[in-house]
Design a protein around this ligand. Structure first.
Ligand SMILES: [Zn+2]
Length: 104
């Protein structure tokens, strides 16, 4: 692997990521995607458990977001992996609407 010197969009190593995770997302953190609707973030579960800790990028990586602390928020692993670098989807169910009988 060619290694570049500290580029702005360098991926952190696994060790560095683990360190950031402990800072951004300590046990009991509130997930900023579901805002705690699924409960606090839990450590010590099996790996990749949907309630386990994860970091979400405020500015997505695809849009130049960095691994700086200001750009990271605590999130459940499950919430984060469902987001996919896009805006949080709108609430479903308000879309199709029948007009019924109207006017007269
Ligand atoms: Zn969540």
């Amino acid at each position: 692997m060619p290694s570049r010197a500290n580029g702005p969009d360098k991926e952190p190593s696994a060790t560095e990521r683990a360190r950031l995770l402990k800072i951004v997302c300590p046990p009991g953190s509130v997930c900023h995607l579901c805002r705690g609707a699924r409960g606090p973030i839990i450590w010590g579960l099996r790996r990749w458990h949907s309630l386990g800790p994860s970091m979400d990028h405020v500015v997505p990586r695809s849009q130049g977001g960095t691994w700086d602390l200001w750009n990271l928020r605590p999130a459940h692993y499950g919430c984060n992996s469902g987001r996919r670098d896009r805006d949080i989807p709108a609430v479903p169910g308000v879309r199709s609407r029948r007009w019924g009988h109207r006017g007269g």
